[in-house]
Design a protein around this ligand. Structure first.
Ligand SMILES: NC(=O)c1ccc[n+]([C@@H]2O[C@H](COP(=O)([O-])OP(=O)(O)OC[C@H]3O[C@@H](n4cnc5c(N)ncnc54)[C@H](OP(=O)(O)O)[C@@H]3O)[C@@H](O)[C@H]2O)c1
Length: 254
């Protein structure tokens, strides 16, 4: 049985991956979707071209991995694509954020880094030549971001992890793509806090376009997928300009 696995499928880009996967990969038998809001996944199942298998659960807790692990062992699927889209960001000074992070879950490092790594390790034994891994990093990975420090650091992890993993898996014919969008119009901002920077508002992209680009780049075997000219310029800029002045200018802006 050929399947795709998509985390964070209940909204935003994860949901969009589910909707577009059926057009990109005509031979998928099922898409296994993971998120906490079951009702959203049930609703998505009515719209998807490919039948969905729903794993509702919190990727910061053990239960959902156990359910997934059991299903993988039992059904021995051929995972053609893993999309790690579950993630969130919270803006604010590190000192302020630290108070919150220690008081309560969720925890950005835990979800954006640990859960993504765990999902990858869980799925890899079921992937073979021609399979794809798509990890949602961010343009925030390009350079440290004052007032978004923890989030940007988690996304640097995703970018670095994906590129290194891609090199390790090349001999098996498995391609890994890190998707690095700038701001995308999703529920992400309900959690992260509204965008105040007018430049970021101007560069806001639509999820269907970002996902379409990502699927095309993944199919082409690209290590990094960047949607739109502004973010491509940011990627290049962060490679050419020393990070010190960029960090200082980002912080002075606010
Ligand atoms: N939007 C942007 O501007 C932007 C830019 C660059 C990168 N990204 C990255 O792109 C990815 C997708 O973000 P999005 O914009 O599509 O945001 P979104 O609409 O808020 O979607 C986030 C998804 O993650 C799931 N999720 C959150 N916490 C979870 C948990 N503990 N366990 C399981 N699932 C969980 C949510 O589902 P439930 O709430 O149902 O669990 C939801 O499906 C994220 O990794 C984000 O960091 C976003």
């Amino acid at each position: 049985m050929k399947i795709a696995v998509v985390t964070g499928a209940s909204s935003g880009m994860g949901r969009e991956f589910v909707l577009q996967l059926g057009y990109f990969y005509k031979n998928l038998d099922e898409i296994w979707v993971i998120a906490r809001r079951r009702e959203r996944l049930v609703e998505l199942a009515e719209k998807s071209r490919v039948p969905l298998k729903i794993f509702d659960g919190d990727l910061q807790k053990k239960k959902v991995y156990k359910k997934l692990c059991e299903a993988l062992k039992e059904e021995q699927p051929d995972i053609r694509m893993l999309v790690n889209s579950a993630g969130f960001g919270k803006s604010g000074a590190v000192t302020e954020l630290a108070k919150e992070e220690f008081r309560a879950q969720p925890d950005m490092v835990d979800l954006n880094c640990r859960a993504l790594t765990r999902m990858t390790l869980l799925c890899l034994p079921y992937m073979k030549k021609g399979s794809r891994i798509v990890n949602l990093a961010s343009a925030a990975a390009f350079c440290p971001q004052p007032l978004f420090a923890v989030y940007a650091a988690t996304k640097s992890y995703v970018l670095s992890f994906s590129r290194a993993l891609g090199a390790e898996l090349a001999y098996r014919g498995i391609r890994v793509t890190a998707v690095c969008p700038g701001p995308v119009d999703t529920e992400f901002f309900d959690v992260s806090g509204k965008l105040e920077n007018p430049l970021k508002k101007l560069t806001m992209a639509q999820a269907p376009k970002v996902v379409h680009r990502a699927l095309k780049d993944s199919r082409a075997g690209k290590a990094v997928s960047i949607y739109g000219v502004p973010m491509k310029a940011a990627y290049l800029g962060a490679k050419l300009v020393p990070h010190g002045p960029i960090i200082r200018s980002l912080y002075r802006e606010r």
